[in-house]
Design a protein around this ligand. Structure first.
Ligand code: ATP
Ligand code: MG
Length: 556
């Protein structure tokens, strides 16, 4: 997937110069998710960057699971992440790597550091460790266990490993500098006791390496040349470098940090997305409203749209908030170019064609796309009874043509791809509601200009009664109704958009939509882009991928 048009960013510049100057022979990057949730749009940016750079410079990118915390992790997340990365289009049949593959090596290196007097077993509990650590302004204090002898440390660490010590009673800590200006260097925890089974190593271990201890060594083992991560890890870099320089490793991965992607009107924190799932605000991680890759897939957004969006973003040294409208632009652009048109009426009003014999045909050929002849055409039945949208008809003859470009009693409108017709008579039920409109078609107006003296108000969508199929639609909208739901730490849920899902039944769709494949996307004329839901079901449901235009701008 070469993409030479991508603007060069500082990381790419570095890779280019490292290759040109022979600092590295081949670029190896990695994308290291923790399998404790599904991937979201922020991860997609990191995937596009890491896999994209490796592709462009003839290198490789590892998908590596940072599975060092069994309590929060699950095989289900591993599987979902693999599927998402493959779907985004970077690598097929990925053979992922796992931090847990290196547990033996990491353990050996821990013993090495203890033997060198550079790590010790500490009996302070989590709260005490925090207290001794100090603050940005105050230096930390040495743990009373810091000066244990090597032999004692080795034997206690062995006991930790053998399950002889209760959880929380001891940790292994690196012995660096409790007065360092960088808090990460104040004797960070390398191992903690967790008596939980791991999805891959089962019950083999009851001590697990911390992310901070494991991460840099994993990069070294895999000979990662450019370890790209988000800005919040910048202050961890000296710690990773400390481990690398104090261990007998043969590679020195260099870390580069870039700004996280944040999108307004949604959130890109796994923890908070998990809360939406766990507290049933949404129907699972792949709910089409979620900014997860699987949610976007169910919403009919293509991998190309996501990649184009990610590649349009700056790779900068500051975190930024990107406007949702920018993402939606790429989604619309892709769908507009690639999705065939079809018609679906959400709230049907019956039209009866009084002069049906004048139509002289019962099938109409309609182009599937206004500027993509390669997408072909379809035959749609034109019967005596049709449906249009209730909101596309009015019995108020005084409505101005400018304001109401639809059907009005005693006036003309064109049916998309079909005849011009005139509304002649309204039929009401006992309550006075309009149940049917009798219309007269103007013969020979398909694909032809209106005859002299007839000015249709506009073009509206329609379906034929007999050949149409019943369906339901899910109208999805933004997850939150304010641009920064996350700014107020505790209360992001209060900004949840309760209208982010509107379910409509009793819709009438063109007959061909019965055969729509799950995941196939159509532009429903005048309604938006819709995709057939991926869930196995006998009923026909379409999810709105996105509306035709941005209706949020006006709400701001
Ligand atoms: P969260 O904070 O939501 O839990 P995370 O960063 O802890 O996310 P990981 O699974 O550790 O999630 O992320 C894997 C990789 O994806 C990391 O290299 C991380 O830097 C990158 N990443 C995560 N979120 C974003 C984001 N919003 N923008 C860019 N990259 C991201
Ligand atoms: Mg993380």
């Amino acid at each position: 997937m070469k993409n030479s048009s991508k603007p060069i960013n500082f990381i790419e510049n570095k890779i280019k110069s490292d290759l040109e100057n022979g600092v590295v022979e081949r670029v190896i990057t990695r994308f290291p998710p923790e399998p404790n949730g599904f991937l979201h749009i922020g991860h997609a940016k990191s995937i596009c960057l890491n896999f994209g750079l490796a592709d462009k410079y003839g290198g490789d990118c590892n998908l590596r699971f940072d599975d060092t915390n069994p309590e929060a992790e699950d095989q289900r997340f591993v599987d979902a992440i693999i599927k998402d990365v493959e779907w985004l289009g970077f690598k097929q049949n990925i053979r992922p790597k796992y931090a847990s593959d290196y547990f033996d090596q990491l353990y050996e290196w821990a013993i090495f550091l203890i033997s060198e007097g550079k790590a010790y077993v500490c009996e302070l509990n989590a709260e005490q460790i925090r207290e001794y650590r100090g603050t940005l302004k105050l230096p930390g204090r040495n743990s009373p266990y810091r000066e244990r002898l090597v032999e004692e440390n080795l034997s206690l660490f062995e006991k930790m490993k053998n399950g002889e010590i209760p959880e929380g009673a001891m940790t292994l800590r690196a012995k660096i500098d409790m007065t360092s200006g960088n808090i990460n260097l104040r004797d960070p925890v390398m191992y903690r006791i967790k008596k939980s089974s791991h999805q891959r190593t089962g019950d083999k271990w009851c001590i697990y390496p911390s992310y901070d201890y494991a991460h840099g060594q994993e990069d070294a083992i895999e000979k990662i040349t450019h370890s790209i991560c988000t800005l919040e890890f910048a202050s961890n870099r000296p710690l990773y470098d400390w481990f690398i320089s104090n261990l007998p490793v043969h590679a020195e991965p260099k870390q580069y940090e870039f700004g996280r992607l944040n999108l307004n009107y949604t959130i890109t924190s796994k923890r908070k997305l998990k809360q939406l799932v766990d507290e049933n605000y949404v129907h699972g991680w792949d709910d089409p409203r979620m900014p997860t890759i699987s949610g976007m897939r169910r919403r009919g957004i293509s991998p190309a749209a996501i990649r184009n969006f990610c590649n349009s973003l700056a790779v900068a040294k500051t975190d930024g908030i990107v406007d949702m409208a920018q993402f939606e632009y790429f989604v619309r652009d892709d769908l507009n170019n690639n999705s065939p048109r079809a018609m679906c009426v959400f709230d049907p009003l019956r039209l009866t064609v009084v002069n049906y014999d004048d139509a002289k045909l019962d099938q109409i050929k309609i182009q599937n796309h206004p500027n993509r002849p390669d997408l072909g055409s379809r035959e749609t039945r034109f019967g005596k009874t049709l449906f249009i949208e209730k909101s596309d008809f009015s019995d108020d003859e005084t409505l101005s043509r400018k304001k109401f470009k639809r059907l009005v009693i005693n006036d003309y409108v064109r049916l998309r791809g079909s005849f011009i017709l005139k509304a002649e008579k309204i039929i009401k039920d006992e309550q006075g509601s309009i149940t049917e409109v009798l219309v007269r078609i103007i013969p020979n107006t398909i694909g032809a200009d209106a005859p002299e003296g007839i000015r249709p108000r506009g073009v509206i969508h329609w379906v034929d009664q007999d050949s149409s199929v019943d369906c339901s639609v899910n109208l999805y909208d933004r997850l939150f109704n304010v641009p920064s739901p996350d700014s107020d730490q505790d209360n992001f849920l209060q900004h949840f958009n309760t209208e982010s899902l509107i379910f409509i039944t009793g819709c009438k769709a063109e007959g061909l939509l019965q055969k729509a494949a799950p995941g196939e996307v159509f532009q429903f004329e005048r309604q938006g882009y819709f995709t057939r839901d991926l869930a196995e079901s006998d009923s026909l449901t379409f999810n709105r991928s996105i509306s035709l235009r941005d209706s949020w701008e006006s709400k701001l």
